[in-house]
Write a protein that binds this ligand. Sequence first.
Ligand code: GCO
Length: 475
Amino acid sequence: MKEFKFPKGFYFGGATAAYQCEGATKEDGKGEVIWDKYLREQGTINPDPACDFYHRYPEDLELCKEFHINAIRVSIDWARIFPEGEGRIEPRGVEYYHKLFKKCHEEGVEPFVTLHHFDTPQALQDKGGWLSQEMLDAFVEYAKFCFKEYAGEVRYWITINEPTSMAGQQYVGGTFPPAYKDQFDKCFKAEYNQNLVHARIVNAYKEAGYTGQIGIVHALQTVYPATDSEGDKHAAELKDVLENKFYLDGTLAGKYSKHTLALVKEIIDANGQQMIDIKPEDEKVLLKAAKQLDFVGVNYYFSKFMKEYHGDTEIIHNGTGEKGTDVNRMKGVGEEIHPKDLPATDWDWIIYPQGMYDQLKRVYDDYPLVHSIYITENGMGYKDKFEGEDKIIDDTPRIDYLKQHMEEVAKAIEAGIPVNGYFVWSLQDMFSWTNGYSKRYGLFYVDFKTQKRYAKKSAYWYKKLAETREIPPVD
Ligand code: GCO
């Protein structure tokens, strides 16, 4: 791409999430979250010490400064502040985030702070999680507490990270606790509740008159039909409504279109379940929030290609498998296929940079209330190899991935789409919810035994990008 320069003030960030990086899951009075119980029972991933961000955040933020990374996505672990999700407050947890934000500002790194990044307090999950009114009300109270406590320290708030991964994997895919499968009615009910509680929080933030910005982060997968057949086109529409459109309508338009609801009903009916209730009074809340929303965050990793599926046995395996093993069929939706000519990561995530542009264009064109977009996650899982203290870790395939996607962002900006920042997932290596420690995403390699950080080749590439605001070549 020739002579493109990202605008001044553009954020070149790195993304993290509390539970994936902090470790210290039992420290300073922190309460239990759904992953503590689940990972203990599964015996697969030990969330401690992760990359020990709880103690090593100063070093990570100093690295940000050194590498010209001027923003960081962090999340607050709800159960550090409210160990039971509601009621009693733990002052040590409250204090920790004050220290973290202070350090961010000292290093000139703008914090973008997520309130919920997959780590529901266990006490609230026991009451029904996203399906319970008590959890929703507790979420609003926790959000209001944070707004007041950290006012002046946090200028960018994110209500929920990837609600689709949460609801989809809790009720359909079965890879997030409590790991139910094929419960499309509950999945859409959880989605409905997430949209609504997000809107209540946005409205509360605005009513209180804070001057910062508030948004939501969606994981958007761009869905294409595998062929031009009507059946494949329809399968793509169904998949899109399940993964993207129900959320986009709810949070960015503030209203579910008739077509969206018809597709939702079709999926639920095909699975012999009960259609969810859409209440007109809830839509008023959604619309008010959509009109006041400051930005939308887009997490983009891959695109999906859909084929009509006629079989009646469902095999669901949602993107967790090692290469070649990933099958993804959903009853009432369709079957994902992998076009032969498209590359994929070691976890079979199809690499399709064009999908990033198409998705940004869709969000901007189809949702006129949207006026500011951040790429809040984009990156590549890779089995990085450490070859000694004196050798720079060569992650050229990741640089290639980042470069191709940055070019799509640049294309979007040139087309007038207001993208104001980009966050690499992830700043440093941490663990992946379903793939553990072997799936590394970081710009900085973490030796999980010593907790030492090493800049990968991609970190130097990113530094150059942030310094010059121009996309450097791969080598
Ligand atoms: C992983 C994912 C990441 C994170 C992130 C999502 O493998 O862990 O690729 O995207 O899950 O927390 O917001």
